[in-house]
Design a protein around this ligand. Structure first.
Ligand SMILES: Cc1cc2nc3c(=O)[nH]c(=O)nc-3n(C[C@H](O)[C@H](O)[C@H](O)COP(=O)(O)OP(=O)(O)OC[C@H]3O[C@@H](n4cnc5c(N)ncnc54)[C@H](O)[C@@H]3O)c2cc1C
Length: 431
């Protein structure tokens, strides 16, 4: 029987994949488990949702990413529980995975601030499936509007609401505006896609609250130039099928995308661990669970206090650096060497893009807005993509879109159910 220690990593996101890469070739058997078969570059999901990129441009099979790590086995399966005393992970199909060391890196999910019933009526943007559903809903709304005989039905169909003025909401609202104002504007005969009403609502006093006020103002003006109706201090009161209450106004809308709060997965319950207010597992300075030195929790599912005493933000570089750190720590432990003791986050900055040529960025202490920031955003995101093939296809697609305003990933293979239902109703009403 093998005496090699067994490391189980849950989640093939930024944290899990980077931990696995560092452990490649070490004297341990590593098992990486994910409920999907791919590693996803979430920061570009909004471009799949708005038909600029195809799913395969921003996701790569995890087996391919870790092909050269011969001691790493990739398994597809969903974890549903952990038994820390028995040192086992339970999978959805009843299988159990034994571990000597466990790395939990399963990311986060959206939270609806206690209104879980809203989840049925909104789209979220976290997985490839989510992005494809948004893309279908947006494109189908224009298709249905083109066929509307009752002109009063067109405006609600072409009203799209994005909830949450953080980077994801800003990027998505700006790109939906460009999709309607440029790409689709030339292709319809009955409707005027430029007249689509895109609303971005943010409960706080300004969009991009994590950026300095001057950059929030820049982003606000850039979105307004694109024709986005930005509403700040606008709380969502209720959401149902086809409408949303924003402040005192009830707005008819065919697509609502929720980009507001996130909450960690239920890992804290599985581990019986202390959780932060967003459900993330509180970990010690080495990313390990207090009292369980063999269990590490990293990335969005972890709550790690940064140098200023506040939890680190849910960002890709945090997850990536923690994955690398835990990989090195485990590798040293397995080799019987002293390893790093304390994780330190290197904050290189943050960025948000607004449409095809504008962005705001804070990089290495430098503040940038406009085209230069957009250029920096584009280069950095290209470099961060996981493999050369993705970099090349994304570069070609972006260049094509930049010069032609074209978007290649606009195909609908079937009408989503709600569009079919609406057509049926229209026909019945007419009969
Ligand atoms: C739309 C969007 C845009 C973003 N934009 C940016 C950005 O511009 N810049 C930035 O720095 N950050 C951005 N982020 C945040 C960033 O993507 C996350 O902080 C980062 O992905 C966290 O990495 P992670 O490894 O913790 O989790 P993830 O990357 O989310 O990976 C978690 C993995 O775990 C898997 N998983 C989940 N549950 C289970 C289970 N029960 N069993 C097995 N597998 C499971 C998932 O399939 C997934 O592969 C964005 C996030 C989103 C959603």
């Amino acid at each position: 029987m093998s005496q090699r220690p067994r490391v189980v990593i849950l989640g093939a996101g930024f944290g899990g994949v980077n931990a696995a890469k560092v452990l490649g070739g070490c004297a341990a058997d590593v098992v990486l488990v994910d409920k999907t078969n791919h590693h996803l570059f979430q920061p570009l999901l909004y471009q799949v949702a708005t038909a600029a990129l195809a799913p395969s441009d921003i996701a790569t099979a995890t087996r391919v990413v870790l092909r050269h790590c011969k001691n790493v086995t990739v398994l597809m399966g969903e974890a549903v529980g952990i038994d820390p005393d028995a040192r086992e992970v339970r999978l959805e199909d009843g299988a159990r995975l034994r571990y000597d060391y466990l790395v939990v890196a399963i990311g986060s999910a959206y939270s609806f601030f206690g209104h879980d019933d809203w989840a049925r009526h909104v789209h979220v943007l976290k997985t490839l499936d989510d992005a494809l559903k948004i893309r279908s809903a947006l494109l189908a709304a224009f298709e249905l509007a083109e066929r509307c005989e009752d002109k009063a039905e067109i405006a609600p169909l072409m009203t799209f609401v994005v909830v949450g003025g953080g980077p994801t909401g800003v990027e998505l609202a700006g790109t939906i505006a460009e999709l309607s104002r440029t790409t689709l504007a030339r292709d319809f005969r009955t409707i005027e896609p430029r007249s689509a009403h895109i609303v971005l609502c943010e409960a706080g006093p300004r969009i991009l609250p994590s950026f300095p006020p001057a950059q929030s103002d820049y982003a606000l003006r850039a979105l307004q130039n694109l024709g986005v109706d930005v509403r700040v201090g606008a709380k969502v009161g209720a959401i149902d099928a086809g409408s949303i209450q924003i402040g005192a106004e009830r707005l008819q809308s065919s697509v609502v995308v929720w980009c507001a709060g996130t909450a960690a997965h239920p890992a804290s319950k599985w581990l019986g661990a202390t959780a932060a207010s967003n459900g993330a597992v509180r970990v010690g300075p080495d990313c390990a669970l207090p009292g369980r030195p063999e269990i590490f929790v990293i990335g969005d599912v972890a709550s790690f206090d940064g140098a200023d005493g506040r939890p680190l933000p849910g960002l890709a570089p945090v997850a990536k650096q923690q994955g690398l750190f835990v990989g090195r720590l485990l590798r040293a432990r397995i080799d019987g060497r002293p390893g790093p003791k304390r994780f330190r986050y290197r904050d290189y900055g943050m960025m948000a893009i607004i449409g095809r040529s504008r962005a705001v960025a804070q990089l290495f202490g430098l503040r940038m807005s406009g085209f230069v920031a957009w250029l920096a955003w584009s280069l950095i995101h290209l470099m961060l993509l996981v493999d050369f093939r993705s970099r090349l296809t994304v570069y070609v697609n972006w260049s094509w879109a930049w010069f032609t305003y074209g978007r290649g990933a606009r195909l609908l293979t079937h009408a989503p159910r709600w569009i079919a239902r609406a057509r049926g109703k229209a026909r019945r009403d007419a009969a």
